[in-house]
Design a protein around this ligand. Structure first.
Ligand code: ZN
Length: 156
């Protein structure tokens, strides 16, 4: 069962994780897009590992916050222990009167998160927040990327 982007008991908001993502967003290196994103991974033992988007003058080299956070999780030896990931982001100079919708992972990041879910042997919650944090949505990675390509496809 997924969370369907709605708030239920099963899909309770992880405020601590969202705050960690907000803190990481402050370290975003995004001089080209001017769109800052922070991500925070929740591990099975409760620890949190963060990432921020990391751009480059050679645009194609840029890395999303979620991918940075998942790669840092792998470097810590915990890729199979991911239980949830939170992300928050938006324009560095937002329109004053508008609160954008919660951001969701790009397609590439969904694939990266799905790899962690495969290794964990379980679905991963994805907490999505708007820049101000006032708008929230909770999904599972299987909802965001159904029929994901995986290692199982190699042996199909
Ligand atoms: Zn991405």
């Amino acid at each position: 069962m997924g969370c369907g982007g709605t708030m239920t008991d099963e899909c309770e908001w992880d405020a601590e994780l969202a705050e960690a993502a907000r803190g990481a967003m402050g370290h975003a290196y995004a001089p080209y897009s001017r769109f800052a994103v922070g991500a925070a991974v929740r591990l099975a033992d409760g620890r949190i590992i963060t990432g921020a988007n990391f751009e480059n003058a050679s645009y194609g080299l840029s890395l999303c916050a979620e991918t940075v956070a998942i790669a840092a999780t792998n470097a810590a030896g915990d890729l199979s222990n991911v239980r949830a990931i939170a992300l928050i982001g938006g324009p560095m100079e937002p329109p004053a009167q508008e609160d954008p919708s919660p951001i969701t992972p790009c397609g590439r990041c969904r694939q990266v998160i799905a790899e962690a879910a495969m290794l964990a042997g379980r679905d991963i919650k994805v907490y999505c927040a708007s820049l101000s944090g006032t708008q929230q949505a909770v999904y599972t990675i299987s909802e965001l990327l159904p029929h994901a390509f995986s290692a199982a496809d190699f042996s199909a």
